[in-house]
Write a protein that binds this ligand. Structure first.
Ligand code: HEC
Length: 113
């Protein structure tokens, strides 16, 4: 009888850890985190990508102010089609749909007042 209880306990633990794994996979913050990584990797050399930092390139607008300059609703589309700023210092970027959405999710998250 006692053994049965132990078994049930083990099963319960399995079920709980199993479902935690599942909910981690569906973490709603995951795209945003991916977007932050993309911004840091590809854009952070010139643009401020956080909430309070200065752009390393003096001419590059901080990402937290981008919604004052452009429409974030259509920005994912621009990222997918190849983003150019018209500025010779900035290379052209082309993102996959998923990466473009992730970056925009992050951009929305950091927009200032
Ligand atoms: C090598 C430096 C550099 C890198 C790397 C860079 N940028 Fe820029 N970016 C600039 C500069 C400089 C400007 C200012 C252009 C201007 O005002 O004409 C700019 C402007 C912009 C603008 C404003 C354009 C507009 O239409 O107002 C956006 C949006 C932008 N960058 C997005 C990005 C994104 C997204 C990345 C990364 C995927 C990135 N940039 C990487 C230098 C860079």
């Amino acid at each position: 009888m006692r053994q049965m209880t132990t078994m049930r306990f083990a099963l319960a633990v399995l079920l709980i850890t199993g479902s935690t794994g599942l909910s981690l996979a569906a973490d709603p913050d995951a795209p945003r985190e991916r977007g932050r990584a993309l911004a840091e990797e590809h854009c952070g050399g010139c643009h401020a990508v956080g909430r309070a930092d200065q752009s390393p390139h003096p001419g590059a607008p901080p990402f937290r102010m981008l919604d004052r300059r452009l429409d974030l609703d259509t920005f994912a589309e621009r990222l997918r089609n190849g983003l150019t700023s018209g500025h010779p210092d900035m290379p052209t970027f082309r993102f996959t749909r998923q990466d473009a959405r992730a970056l925009v999710a992050y951009l929305r998250f950091i927009q200032g007042p």
